[in-house]
Ligand binder design. Structure first.
Ligand code: AMP
Ligand code: MG
Length: 487
């Protein structure tokens, strides 16, 4: 276990130089205070979790202090936002403080979000507000606990610094951890500004540090692109299987490592709704829940375009062709497991689609349905669950197919079925209204709800005593929250 001053830095991205990022010092927050910290994220840096409570912790992650070896830098990138190319993006309000490696030899980027203005801030103030910082913190750690690859969050630091959005709010910082902060948009930036040498340098950096196995392949860049396609297909399959809606899948928000990245107006589905749009400024529904699948491919195509100086168009097209079949295979595998099935049959896809259509028509709670389905034998569970469906006859017909399907594979004991299903079907999910309750309390200075919610979501599959209120359907007001993009 390490103290805060014992972190070891090795700032590999900073060493790429000024063409890739700009040195900027964090602008400190007034009266920094700890809102919440993640013990699990602290462990990634070998940090003793008790250091979160020390004043120096809030000073470091509130922008007042820096380690001597830290090299805070704003990264430059561009990207496609809502389908149009924006040549001028970059870290407008976040800084890569440096890379820390742990005892296991893993490097972690320390990125401080809300750290003040940079050359890429355009008209922005460089700040993040408390509510969006809490949402990013809770989501990163909750996704990780669900087994969905994500950037991580070490802590949120609150402050008395006023920040103007639709109204006056308070500034906060979130310390984000990721193995790399390189986005699709980094490659687009060097491609569209016609800097092939620097683009090659970036590709080498990525290959050496994050895709070393691809070096062994006859065409290392192509092998790396193929792996990026594979990772994204798997990531988006997990989002769809667990009802996660990212909300702003612009290419500057897509991680080159295939992890969930850059949280805005994201949401987990409450009622199942394939057409759900969590971002209320997304009028066309470009990033609606079901559109995330084709948008994943669209974004990979934008990356492929940027890689044309290195890889032939035919090879890129072939690699892109892997996306959809891989996505479908991962998705079906996860959904089978959510249904408690351990074998594969040709009609399973139809069984899933039919269920989702019924859920859609009746507004059935997506998370609780699967959890309840695993509480008891298939026959008993469907009898109890049919009350949630308006179309009872439709559900009964599905239930007959499901029971027969379960019977054909020999279901084991009820105990085995429950354990198997509860291990993949969470009881607790980051519902928008739960986050909102925690934020409302935090905005009045009470951080206990954020901390409790974080704790509950860190073990989403385990029933926790006294936490029943976190495993309920949302109240009516909680279903219609509009999450602002101005975070
Ligand atoms: P996002 O929508 O958070 O992915 O941000 C898109 C771009 O706007 C990125 O270049 C951000 O760094 C920048 N940005 C977002 N909010 C702010 C802000 N408050 N101040 C400066 N830049 C910002
Ligand atoms: Mg972004």
């Amino acid at each position: 276990m390490k103290a805060l001053d014992e972190l070891t830095f090795d700032n590999r991205f900073a060493r790429l130089g000024d063409a890739f990022s700009t040195h900027v010092l964090p602008e400190p927050l007034d009266e920094p205070r700890l809102v919440v910290a993640s013990d699990a994220a602290m462990a990634l840096l070998d940090l003793d979790p008790t250091v979160a409570e020390t004043p120096v912790f809030a000073e470091l992650f509130g922008g007042h202090k820096l380690w001597a070896e830290a090299e805070p830098r704003a990264m430059v990138y561009s990207g496609h936002q809502f389908g149009s190319y924006n040549p001028q993006l970059g870290d407008g309000r976040g800084l890569l403080l440096g890379e820390v490696y742990n005892a296991a030899g893993e490097h972690w980027d320390l990125h401080l979000k809300g750290a003040g203005q940079t050359p890429y801030s355009r008209m922005g103030d460089g700040r993040a507000v408390l509510r969006s910082s809490i949402r990013e913190f809770l989501a990163s750690e909750a996704l990780h606990a669900l087994g969905i690859p994500s950037s991580r969050a070490l802590c949120v630091i609150g402050s008395s610094t006023p920040v103007w959005r639709e109204k006056q709010e308070r500034g906060a910082m979130v310390l984000r951890l990721a193995r790399s902060h390189i986005r699709f948009g980094h490659f687009e930036y060097f491609y569209y500004t016609k800097k092939p040498e620097q683009q090659a340098e970036l590709a080498e950096h990525l290959l050496n540090l994050h895709y070393p196995d691809c070096r062994e392949q006859p065409e290392p860049y192509l092998a790396m692109f193929r792996e990026i396609v594979e990772r994204n297909a798997e990531l988006i399959a997990k989002w769809q299987a667990y009802g996660f809606c990212h909300g702003v899948m612009n290419t500057d928000n897509m991680s080159i490592l295939g992890i969930t990245f850059d949280f805005g107006p994201f949401a987990f589905l409450d009622d199942f709704d394939a057409h759900f749009i969590c971002n209320h400024s997304d009028h066309e529904g470009r990033y609606s829940f079901s559109n995330q699948v084709p948008i994943g491919q669209w974004n990979l195509s934008a990356l492929a375009q940027a890689l044309t100086p290195f890889i032939s168009v035919d090879a890129l097209k072939e690699a892109l062709g892997l996306y959809l079949p891989l996505y479908q295979a991962h998705y079906l595998d996860l959904m089978r497991r959510r249904l408690g099935l351990t074998t594969a049959e040709d009609d399973d896809q139809k069984l899933v689609e039919r269920l989702l259509k019924l859920m859609q028509n009746s507004g059935v709670d997506y998370t609780l349905f699967f959890r309840r389905l695993g509480d008891e034998s298939a026959a008993l569970a469907v009898t109890r669950l049919r009350d949630d469906f308006v179309d009872r006859a439709g559900f009964d017909a599905w239930a007959e197919l499901y029971k027969a399907r379960v019977e054909r594979e020999g279901d084991g004991t009820e105990e085995q079925r429950r354990a198997r299903m509860h291990a993949v079907n969470p009881l607790y999910i980051l519902r928008n209204y739960l986050a909102q309750n925690a934020i409302t309390a935090a905005e009045s200075g009470d951080y206990s709800e954020v901390r409790r919610l974080h704790e509950v979501l860190s073990k989403p599959f385990e029933e926790q005593a006294g936490m029943e209120q976190y495993a309920q359907r949302p109240p009516d007001w909680g279903k219609h929250l509009e999450i602002s993009c101005s975070s």
